[in-house]
Design a protein. Structure first.
Length: 435
């Protein structure tokens, strides 16, 4: 059950020294045992550090507070175990959860408004552990601006392929990747380009993460049988031009999406696979005949998020021979001419994070994130391979050589050579080619 309540917090548009003041205030609240102030400081400090999730984890002797910043967890402070029940109770009160229920997980929600009038939605999850209840709070900034596609990390080549697909009158466009890889943000960014007075755009989501004017957004409720498939069938009766489905999870949803595509609608959605080509295998496993896949799937985006190097303190280095060979092979396998700027190959420069960091990145060496993109744009040759049930490896080879696809690793290497991110970050999320 999810409920709402309202709380007011300090703004997060602050200078670096103010961030350290917030940490000191949090530590003082812990020492004084001021639980309400402590909880507000935990959330306020998380907003200042651009955190997406807050983890409050009881251990044997202490409770650990960690923030997920740019996709990586970072420990902030610890506090005594004896005050943890009071902290849990306070957070449960904020999100209207049952204070006396400690045996089962609970989910709730709390809406907060900062002093600079930014609206935040906290999705709260509690989980019983052997040391007490763990709490995770997901921070959703409802007032944040949707980045345009180039700001997400799409280079000119990938952007052109995506724009061509978005201009189609019908078909299915899919984004794929693990949880937290930016799939929904990519879809919102695409929808913001399609959002004009001339089209009716329907979205079926779980939950509606960002509200956009001009879109008809609906949230599913599986507990009352309002599922993605049911919502999609209903949307087809609302005279839509474009439909966005939050996630394709089952056979019924993909079949309804295919029906929508065949009847003249552009359908955008997400699906969970590891690469663009593997998405075709996943759709096949859901029972979709090859002729329907070939007729409807227009574009598949596989994506990951990596941290961006702090441009203020990044340092130059020379990678080992094995890594240089790996980078060279990734570049050599790019089949489309003109994607790689000549200067990046003639004089390659490699950068990595400064382990000491600086004030600009709060001592981390990274600041912000950027997307890696692998885009499979179907053409007639790939459609014929789908009809012939060709292997994923064969389809991937043709996609790279004749359909302009670059892999996640290749896109990452290009961003490394441009000084945007590091090799460590790329190979943290991307599969390596065989040497």
């Amino acid at each position: 059950m999810e409920n709402n309540s309202n709380n007011n917090l300090g703004g997060n548009n602050v200078a670096a020294n103010d961030v350290h003041v917030k940490l000191q205030q949090l530590q003082e609240a812990i020492l004084s045992g001021n639980i309400p102030q402590m909880v507000l400081n935990i959330i306020s400090y998380a907003l200042d550090l651009r955190s997406s999730d807050i983890h409050i984890e009881p251990e044997t002797n202490t409770v650990r507070l960690r923030y997920r910043i740019d996709g990586v967890l970072r420990q902030i402070v610890e506090y005594p175990l004896n005050i943890h029940p009071a902290v849990v109770s306070r957070i449960k009160i904020m999100s209207n959860l049952k204070i006396d229920e400690q045996r089962i997980p609970q989910d709730g929600r709390s809406e907060v408004t900062t002093k600079d009038n930014r609206e935040m939605d906290l999705r709260v999850s509690t989980l019983p552990t052997v040391n007490g209840e763990k709490i995770v709070m997901r921070i959703q900034d409802k007032s944040r601006k949707i980045p345009d596609l180039p700001e997400l990390g799409l280079d000119a080549h990938n952007l052109e392929m995506l724009q061509d697909a978005l201009a189609l009158p019908n078909g299915i466009l899919l984004t794929t990747g693990p949880t937290g890889s930016g799939k929904t943000t990519t879809l919102y960014s695409a929808l913001s380009r399609l959002n004009t007075i001339k089209v009716n755009i329907m979205t079926i989501e779980d939950p509606v993460e960002i509200q956009m004017d001009g879109l008809n957004q609906s949230q599913v409720h599986p507990d009352i049988d309002y599922t993605f498939a049911y919502g999609l069938r209903t949307a087809l009766r609302q005279d839509p031009d474009i439909i966005m489905v939050g996630e394709i999870r089952d056979q019924e949803t993909i079949q309804t999406a295919i029906e929508a595509s065949l009847t003249g609608h552009l359908v955008l959605s997400t699906i969970h696979t590891n690469s663009a080509v593997e998405t075709l295998t996943r759709i096949d496993n859901l029972g979709v005949p090859p002729f329907l896949m070939a007729a409807t799937i227009e574009l598949i985006i596989a994506q990951r998020l990596v941290r961006k190097l702090c441009q203020n303190c990044k340092i130059q280095f020379n990678p080992e021979t094995e890594m240089l060979n790996r980078v060279k092979k990734a570049i050599d396998k790019i089949g489309t001419p003109g994607i790689v700027p000549p200067n990046l190959i003639e004089n390659p420069i490699f950068w990595k994070e400064n382990p000491e960091g600086c004030a600009e990145c709060d001592g981390i060496g990274y600041k912000g994130r950027v997307g890696l993109y692998e885009i499979l744009r179907t053409n007639n040759e790939i459609r014929k391979m789908i009809l012939d049930k060709a292997s994923p490896l064969d389809i991937e080879e043709i996609a790279m050589q004749k359909a302009g696809m670059i892999t996640l690793e290749q896109d990452g290497v290009l961003k490394v050579l441009q000084g945007i991110t590091s090799l460590d970050e790329i190979y943290r999320v991307a599969k390596r080619m065989e040497l």
